[in-house]
Design a protein around this ligand. Structure first.
Ligand code: PRP
Ligand code: HPA
Ligand code: MG
Length: 158
């Protein structure tokens, strides 16, 4: 439900890029056969991680669940034909853990990372960079645009 979110954490492209690079520092010593990105949110971190770790083999698990802030049923549109052994599994965030739980069932041996993690979903991933409160909606740069902002004096005194 949308109303379980009481705060916003806005992530810019720059911030996301810095965060993904920081996560890569913690992954660079490991060797991966390839990356499995969980669509769609995992695609951008996966591309950035692939660049840093020089990984060229990239696959997807395609999931449909949230309609903006409302979580519906979880549909797996595409899976993979292995158990994830030696693969890096990437999503942008874990929230309730519903998506992560489903994908973990499909790829139990993958090394699962997200950039952001909320407390409910955190135990389902092997590594994440930043913890965010459960009632906080993470606003990603691909869901935003640059907009005009009225001068403060006009907002306050009008
Ligand atoms: O832990 P959960 O409560 O399952 O939420 C986390 C999932 O929700 C978001 O995906 P979403 O379903 O919004 O689709 P998208 O990646 O296509 O934007 C996010 O990218 C995670 O995959
Ligand atoms: O906090 C969030 N931000 C963006 N997408 C999401 N999907 C589940 N939780 C979130
Ligand atoms: Mg997603």
């Amino acid at each position: 439900m949308a109303n379980r979110y009481h705060q916003h954490f806005t992530v810019s492209w720059d911030q996301l890029h810095r965060d993904v690079r920081e996560l890569c520092h913690r992954l660079v010593e490991r060797d991966f056969k390839g990356i499995v990105a969980i669509t769609r949110g995992g695609l951008i971190p996966a591309a950035l991680i692939a660049r840093e770790l020089n990984v060229r083999l990239i696959d997807t698990v395609c999931i449909s669940s949230y309609d903006h802030m409302n979580q519906g049923g979880l549909d797996v549109l595409k899976g993979v034909d292995h158990d994830g052994e030696g693969w890096l599994l990437v999503d942008d965030l874990v929230d309730t853990g519903k998506t992560a739980r489903k994908v973990r069932e499909m790829l139990p041996k993958a090394h699962f990372v997200t950039v952001y993690a909320k407390p409910e979903g955190r135990p389902l991933v092997d590594q994440y960079l930043t913890e965010v409160a459960q009632d906080c909606w993470i606003q990603f740069p691909w869901d935003m645009g640059i907009a005009y902002v009225e001068p403060l004096v006009d907002q306050v005194k009008r």
